[in-house]
Design a binder for this molecule. Sequence first.
Ligand SMILES: C[S@@+](CC[C@H](N)C(=O)[O-])C[C@H]1O[C@@H](n2cnc3c(N)ncnc32)[C@H](O)[C@@H]1O
Length: 410
Amino acid sequence: MRLDVVSIFPEYLTPLDLSLIGKARRDGLLDLHVHDLRAFTTDRHHTVDDSPFGGGAGMVMKPEPWAAALEHVVAEGAGAGGAEPHADVPHLLVPGPGGVPFTQAMAHQLAAEPWLAFACGRYEGIDERVYEHAAERMPVTVVSLGDYVLNGGEVAVLAVVEAVARLLPGVVGNAASLVEESHEGGLLEYPVYTRPASWVDGDTVRDVPAVLLSGDHGAIERWRHDERVARTAARRPDLVAAAATVGGLYDLDVTVAVPADAPELLVLQRACWMPEGRVSGSWRIPPLDEELDDVVRGLGEWTTWVVRTPAAGGAPGRLVGSVRGRLRPGDPHVWESGRLMVAPDLQGRGLGRALLELAEAGAPATVDTFWINTGRVSEGNIRRYRRAGYRLLPGEGSFPGSVDLTKRRR
Ligand SMILES: C[S@@+](CC[C@H](N)C(=O)[O-])C[C@H]1O[C@@H](n2cnc3c(N)ncnc32)[C@H](O)[C@@H]1O
């Protein structure tokens, strides 16, 4: 991965020579270039700032040195070649307290990119026209480290580079350690301990939790999961709604839907089936085509389960997922599941799989076959159902443009 950083304090970035990030640079995994913004000024005093139009405190960074610096970064990087091919232009990240909050999820996205550039602001920030200029030439994202104000973007760059670089293959020796960390899967990490098992701390003996010494890996896993959830609830209640979906339906409220749920169900199904409509080029897909009356009628024909985040402050929780199931009309041996949906922001956390299991668990003893249907273009769904043990049936599914999948009950 190539990284370019433009700053008026290039020496601020010297910690990137140290530790694992420094080693990654020496190993050729990171190709870091730091540029002094003042090298792109044209006056004797290397001026990079001026007073703000409209008055007010502080100074604003002038546009011309920034345009010249970015042009240089693009020209140098695009011509560099190197062992790893990268894009024609970098993804420009501009640290700023008014930006998108930097998260572990964003770190993962950035780690997949070949070339990142950073523009470190100082003073009251950079002339707004620089953002317009840059956005006409490359992707630009303003990134905030948190809801506080720093003196300059360099500290943010150190944080972002470290969080991104450690996700690159080969940077952290034991890749497994990355998986269990805080914010992976939406939960904070469980408490960790090392020797001695009993620490005599003055007058107090502090023991490691007994389960960790038990050798019972199942019990240790359960304990760690519970600790992660408890710690997340205590320290970051804002994460709990998302965290609750990890590992199934843990802590979410599951109920059988009633007509009062129908408006939210309609909104959720439209959100969830939009991508399929777009890919298939048709909006005549039942979940998109239905109106509120159809959803209410469906509640009478199927058992529909809805999943909500816990109610808080007297307000009902948010409807974040749903699935429905029924005996095939006229056939007591087949259980049909459908309308499996998970709110877009909570997808990929195991909730869909748990919902499918919930629907299957609703099947009476007469059932020997589970059936589900999805759009022929919904490759992701087909893959997920196959992982859940379903087999794709040949030919057209029960609806135009769809496929059917079945699985024997075990
Ligand atoms: C003093 S701040 C400017 C703040 C600006 N006047 C505002 O209120 O949005 C100077 C520079 O520090 C950096 N900075 C400050 N707080 C930051 C944060 N929370 N996250 C990322 N960068 C930050 C940005 O590069 C910013 O241009």
